[in-house]
Design a protein around this ligand. Structure first.
Ligand SMILES: [Cu+2]
Length: 501
């Protein structure tokens, strides 16, 4: 229906124009050609002048009216350290081009009016003028030089890579149709290596090499969470077509190219909450966030920074939007610690794990963090739960079938040593347990040797020998059935029991 009305209106307009042309023709015949030309030139001149005034006026009005919606103005000031230098570069370009735009358009419309057809007036014939040629070649060249030099200076400043020893957080963003994978380095602060030949859809999307221990604590996040005031280096790459890593509020924009890693470094200077408080001052952000629901929270309250793909990479392009959250460094540390390593939660000890059954640092680190919490609970004098006084030491590893400590165990042993220092009256019992496979005598001896290996290590670090009782229980004290592999693995254990503190 709307289409039909539109077509009919266009047709009608066409007919009206045709009629006006006819009327003009008829009046021309009546008045004589000369007078009509004069009249029409006069009309054209006046209308051009009116159009010019309206056009330039609405250009200025529009710029002012919409200024608060443009990046760099009003509430949308840059939220990163380098952002303001990019904004000022755009402003300098805008000033120069704005001046030229205004001069050209004022002259264009004024001259159309002033030099409209007047009988007997002749145009000045100017075939060539060296001085003019020099002026309009030199002036733009000078302006271009200023713009290009300023651009280069800004570019070199913004794109300077991190220097050795500098404190920064490196994050990797991999784009594909249609998602971003955001990889964080985990507690070691280092991203592990990748090999495209290791990519396995649904299992190893990035092709991370699990033999590289830097990969063991890397984790993926659905949102880009970054701390305020800390330098962020984003490694940017694509897996299929061109994408573009764009954080508009931070003035960060870089192509994600398949096969060629790019990067961008920026420092966020406003947390999400601080940015919201700035938006709050503007009336347009006081409006309800949902236009259909007047009771919904105001726009400033629901504001989020965002990551977008700024490349038209396919029809699902829009779905590459991700939220970006800037938090305080303390909040970020807590968040970072809480994230689960992809390798430990999805790959560890599966068929995909080349290190199946071997002691690895990232796992020992994770379990040691858990042990710290358990120790805190066990040494809490208000805690009356007796079961909490016994801790399973899954983070102490021995070489297969022997009582030789694996070097990875040091992390946990050092925490235990510090606990003995912190609680000078602490006395414990360390007991070794095995499953029921193999000879009971050998099991008893192995469990005893392992408990003693732990005791000897701690004694060698200065813990009094009378503070640790080491016992081997063999398979005498199972905690689960020895019929299943799961049960047996629960039975093979070292227990750390707090006797007094
Ligand atoms: Cu894309």
């Amino acid at each position: 229906m709307t289409a039909l009305i539109t077509i009919l209106s266009i047709l009608l307009l066409f007919v009206v124009l045709l009629q006006i042309a006819k009327i003009n023709e008829i009046t021309a015949e009546m008045r004589g050609q000369e007078e009509t030309d004069l009249h029409s030139a006069d009309q054209n001149g006046r209308w051009l002048l009116i159009f010019g005034v309206v056009f330039i006026g609405s250009f200025i009005w529009g710029s002012l009216y919409y200024a608060n919606r443009l990046l760099g103005y009003g509430p949308l000031k840059a939220a990163s350290e380098h952002g303001s230098s990019i904004d000022s570069m755009f402003n300098v370009t805008l000033i120069f081009t704005g001046i030229v735009f205004l001069i050209c358009h004022v002259a264009l419309f004024w001259f159309s009016y002033k030099y409209r057809y007047t009988p007997g007036r002749k145009a000045l014939f100017l075939p060539h003028d060296n001085r003019l040629e020099v002026i309009w070649t030199a002036l733009p060249a000078l302006v271009m030089t200023i713009l290009v030099v300023q651009g280069l200076v800004t570019w070199n400043k913004v794109m300077a890579d991190v220097t050795k020893g500098e404190d920064f957080i490196e994050i990797e963003a991999t784009g594909w149709q249609f998602a971003w994978n955001l990889r964080y380095p985990g507690h070691d602060g280092k991203l592990g290596v990748k090999d495209f030949r290791l990519i396995k859809p649904g299992v190893n999307e990035l092709g991370q090499d699990w033999n590289d221990e830097r990969n063991h604590d890397d984790f993926n996040a659905d949102e880009l969470v970054i701390p305020k005031g800390k330098k962020i280096r984003v490694r940017i790459i694509a897996r299929d077509v061109l994408h573009n890593f764009y954080l508009p509020h931070f003035r960060v924009k870089m192509d994600a190219v398949p096969g060629i890693p790019t990067y961008f470094i920026f420092t966020p200077i406003k947390t999400t909450e601080e940015f919201r408080q700035e938006l709050r001052k503007y009336p347009e952000y006081q409006l309800p966030s949902d236009p259909n629901d007047p009771t919904s929270p105001p726009k400033w309250k629901t504001f989020e920074y965002e990551l977008a793909c700024a490349e038209l990479c396919g029809k699902g392009h829009y779905s590459m939007r991700r939220l970006v959250k800037v938090v305080s460094p303390e909040e970020w540390e807590i968040w970072n610690k809480k994230q689960k390593s992809f390798y430990l939660s999805s790959i560890r000890n599966t068929e995909e794990d080349p290190l199946k059954g071997k002691a690895i640092k990232a796992e020992a680190f994770m379990k040691t963090e858990e042990m710290k919490t358990m120790l805190q609970k066990a040494l809490d004098s208000t805690n009356t739960n007796a079961a909490d006084r016994t801790i399973r030491l899954d983070n102490i590893y021995f070489e297969l079938g022997s009582a030789t400590l694996d070097s990875v165990s040091e992390m946990a042993l050092n925490v235990l040593k510090e606990t003995f220092d912190l609680y000078p009256k602490l006395k414990v019992e360390v007991s070794g347990h095995t499953d029921n496979t193999g000879s009971p005598d050998i099991n008893l001896k192995l469990s005893n040797d392992r408990a003693n290996a732990i005791k000897n290590y701690l004694v060698s670090k200065g813990v009094g020998t009378d503070r640790i009782a080491a016992i081997g229980n063999g398979s005498n004290k199972p905690v689960d059935s020895n019929e299943t592999e799961e049960g047996r693995s629960k039975n093979r254990r070292i227990e750390f029991k707090i006797l007094s503190f």
